[in-house]
Design a protein around this ligand. Structure first.
Ligand code: 26V
Length: 824
């Protein structure tokens, strides 16, 4: 009877206008307990969201039920970050409900745009790595893979950035302040996680030595599920986020003794674990709480994965045929050790049998080669928090090094280089080494990056394992969010001209646009769309910074985390150079120049002093330039505060040029470069990361590349260190200008200037400055020919098929996971 009722209710999907409206009103009056006479935009958002949520839950249930029945090989994506952004618009589009619901709310006196704007971002990530995880979940769902993500439900996501006197100030991101309709609390799915304590040995009835870890601190992990709907499929996958809760509410003993603060201390410490996302991007800080987060998350997730496997009653040897676990960077590396512990200590498998299962299960993605980002944990800290894991790591290392020694009997050096343990005082566990040894495949995220890891940081592993263990999967982005949702007008235009929506599921069909690159009528429409996106951004800039910008100017955008290797500093230095050139011109000469709006956005890690000074310099330059009437509106400089996923959705469709100008060899891939080009923006970039593959796809005529190559970097740095390399003269002029106090008290900026002079210019700004300025001039020249620019813009979009995250996920599934789609 129940099943019958359920099926009836599943059929009654509220996908027409009236059904939607009934559900909307029901949620206002019951879920929100509000009066129908008093519905503001936020309540309208909540009621709409809850209506969508009802549908998501149905799909989620059907999908999970069908996966349970089919029992296919499952894919688990372990990521400490999922930078999802907003969900309502995405769910409406993926479920195909946008039109009906849009009409529905309009009819009730609301505007869909206003409703969508009420949602706060789920910002559980720093930048590229976290957003990549979100794009991959969208593709996994859309391609019907039986996959789950596992992460942490941080109470506070990435901080909110505000500007005060041109400086970044951070505010907490309490995103759960109001209810979160996009999560399903599973208060019954609870895992006990232990820390500390000691390891006891005993001999079992077969005469084998067994280990028992008895922790002295137990914390509960509670599951919250986030449904991820696919596009054009009924499948809906899951991200399970863990939240930490105390094992007991308070210490009754202490409470009864009148020690009230101590009585709740334990509870507070437990809740600390998932309180906050670490706001560092590409920089390792060895905080104990971060290590606790990692183990807490990994242990809860593996418990869940193992429990699900055991339900099928298959033998352990089948585990790698049923389970693929992808490690998003080294953050979840302890999962390798945890699975070995489960198999050996709890399930009683032999060490070798267990290790064979472990290494066939895991694969590892590396996302950076910056030395300061490599995770390593002090052995004493690991030993204290996770005594049994530390023993297992030492054993894994011992057996691994024995094999290394067999292959290289006379090479002491290679043992030290490959060891999972760094021999320092104290010793450290090198997480990347552990991840490589415990995985069957290691991949980089763009061709250049994957080659670099084989020749630099992991080159000794290639000697030992051979190069087949190392592979490339070039990153991708989801066209659903980054074109369909962020740029609906362009999406509609594309659909109209190529006559179908196929591109949403097969991005390579964008190539059908090529033949319209010279079509006059089409070009006009293309320009109209770009222009309206620029107007939308100009309005946003006016509201959020007070600066008025001209939508006819060239919009030149650099938005990404602020980091020295990404060289926002070089960009603002070139802006100063441009400003000085404009000031030297006669007003007739100025009439000829291409007007530019240079737009920056991005957060600096709160402890990253130099990056924060870059933000200050940008704002100081903006202040001088924007109020200088003598240059008319040939140049404006804007720093958009609090760059995040939803702000990106407004910025990216509005670019003429975007800048991706990292020192060659430092940006593993970059993914915003793909988003900009997909939206018909051109790139000004270095020969780095995925820029190289974008260049290959779109051709020489449609991209502006400059600068030294990755294989020159080492020599250039060497020269800076040991020889007196003169600073580029144009750069020197700019430095002098800053030092003259033109942009405020120059003493503020001396630590920044010092990175170029006494800091030996580690990121080679001086070396690239000349070719950067030349490339900038080529951009100006090209922009003067608007007709040709439009052609370039169309060809850019047309040739971006490769960079869909669908392509990337299919590569992972076929080459790494050996997983097949399974539709409900
Ligand atoms: C590392 C650490 C170190 C410990 C503290 C917190 C923390 C947080 C994140 C990271 C990961 C840094 C690596 C990273 O984000 N890489 C970026 O990955 C993108 C997706 O593959 C890629 O497009 C970017 O080029 C790359 O910088």
């Amino acid at each position: 009877k129940i099943v019958g009722l359920w099926e009836k209710c599943a059929v009654n999907e509220n996908d027409d206008k009236e059904n939607f409206q009934r559900s909307f009103v029901r949620h206002v009056t019951t879920t929100l307990a509000r009066s129908v006479y008093n519905i503001d935009n936020f309540s309208a958002y909540q009621a709409t969201a809850h209506t969508v949520r009802d549908q998501l839950i149905k799909r989620w249930n059907d999908t999970q039920q069908s996966h349970t029945e089919a029992d296919p090989k499952r894919v688990y994506y372990l990521s400490l970050e999922f930078l999802l952004g907003r969900s309502l618009d995405n769910a409406l589009l993926n479920l195909g409900l946008k039109e009906n619901f849009g009409e529905g709310v309009k009819d009730l006196g609301f505007r869909m745009e206003d409703i969508l704007d009420e949602e706060v971002d789920a910002a559980l990530g720093n930048g590229g790595l976290g957003r990549l995880a979100a794009c991959y979940m969208d593709s996994l769902a859309s391609l019907d893979y039986p996959a789950w993500g596992y992460g942490l439900r941080y109470t506070y996501g990435i901080f909110q950035q505000r500007l005060k006197d041109g400086y970044q100030v951070e505010f907490p991101d309490y995103w759960l302040n109001f209810d979160n309709p996009w999560e399903l609390p599973r208060l019954d799915v609870v895992v006990d996680i232990q820390f500390g304590g000691s390891v006891n040995k005993y001999t079992d009835e077969d005469g084998r030595v067994r280990h028992v870890w008895e922790g002295n601190d137990v914390i509960k992990a509670v599951a919250y599920d986030v449904p991820i709907p696919g596009y054009g499929t009924k499948n809906c996958i899951n991200i399970r986020l863990w939240s930490s809760k105390p094992k007991r509410q308070f210490d009754l003993g202490r409470f009864n003794e009148g020690q009230y603060e101590q009585a709740v201390q334990e509870q507070m410490q437990a809740e600390n674990i998932t309180a906050v996302l670490y706001p560092n991007d590409n920089h390792m800080v060895g905080k104990e709480l971060r290590l606790k987060q990692q183990y807490f998350w990994v242990a809860a997730s593996l418990h869940d994965i193992v429990r699900r496997f055991k339900k099928s009653e298959k033998p352990w040897s089948k585990f790698p045929d049923q389970v693929a676990i992808q490690l998003n960077d080294t953050h979840p590396t302890l999962a390798i050790v945890e699975l070995q512990r489960i198999l050996v200590d709890l399930e009683g498998l032999d060490w070798d049998e267990a290790w064979n299962i472990v290494t066939r299960t895991f694969a590892f993605t590396n996302h950076t080669i910056l030395p300061e980002a490599m995770e390593k944990w002090p052995v004493p800290m690991v030993a204290y928090l996770l005594p049994r894991h530390m023993q297992i790591i030492f054993d894994v290392n011992l057996f691994f090094l024995q094999n290394v020694e067999k292959l290289f009997p006379d090479d002491r050096d290679i043992l030290a280089k490959l060891s999972i343990i760094e021999e320092a005082t104290p010793q450290f566990v090198r997480m990347a080494h552990l991840a490589i040894v415990g995985s069957h495949q290691v991949n980089g995220v763009a061709e250049l990056h994957s080659n670099l890891i084989k020749t630099t940081i992991f080159k000794d592993f290639v000697k030992f394992y051979g190069s087949e263990k190392f592979t490339n999967v070039t990153n991708g982005i989801t066209p659903r969010r980054w074109l369909h949702q962020a740029n609906p007008k362009l999406g509609d235009l594309i659909t109209e001209v190529i006559g179908s929506k196929d591109w949403l599921k097969d991005l390579s069909s964008l190539s059908k646009l090529e033949k319209f690159a010279d079509d006059k009528e089409f070009k006009k429409q293309w320009v109209t769309v770009k222009r309206s996106n620029k107007v939308r951004l100009a309005e946003y800039i006016k509201t959020h910074t007070g600066v008025v910008v001209n939508p006819n100017a060239l919009f030149d955008i650099q938005v990404k985390r602020i980091h020295e290797y990404k060289r926002q500093f070089m960009n603002i230095l070139s802006v100063i150079h441009r400003y000085n050139s404009l000031k030297k011109m006669s007003s007739e000469e100025r009439c000829e120049v291409v007007k530019r709006v240079v737009i920056f956005g991005g957060k600096a890690a709160p402890g990253y002093y130099i990056a924060k000074l870059v933000i200050k310099l940008i704002n100081s330059v903006a202040e001088v330039v924007n109020k200088d009437e003598s240059i008319e509106d040939t140049l404006k400089v804007v720093f958009i505060p609090d760059y995040n996923v939803s702000v990106a959705e407004i910025i990216i469709p509005a670019s003429d040029i975007s800048q991706h100008i990292s020192t060659a060899g430092t940006e593993a891939s970059g993914t915003s470069n793909m988003k900009f080009v997909l939206n018909g923006g051109l790139i000004l970039g270095t020969v780095d990361g995925a820029n190289i593959e974008i260049h290959e796809e779109i051709g020489d005529d449609n991209i502006f590349m400059f600068g030294n190559l990755a294989d020159q970097v080492e020599d250039l740095r060497h020269a800076h260190r040991y020889r007196n390399v003169p600073i580029d003269p144009a750069l020197q002029e700019v430095i002098n200008d800053i030092e003259s106090g033109h942009f405020g008290d120059s003493r503020i900026f001396s630590p920044l200037i010092n990175t170029l002079t006494i800091g030996k210019d580690y990121y080679l700004i001086s070396d690239d400055f000349g070719s950067y300025l030349s490339a900038q001039n080529l951009v100006d020249e090209a922009y003067k020919n608007q007709d040709d620019w439009t052609r370039k813009s169309i060809l850019c979009t047309a040739r971006m098929g490769k960079f869909s995250s669908d392509r990337a996920i299919i590569e992972y599934a076929n080459r790494i996971w050996n997983a097949k789609p399974c539709s409900a």
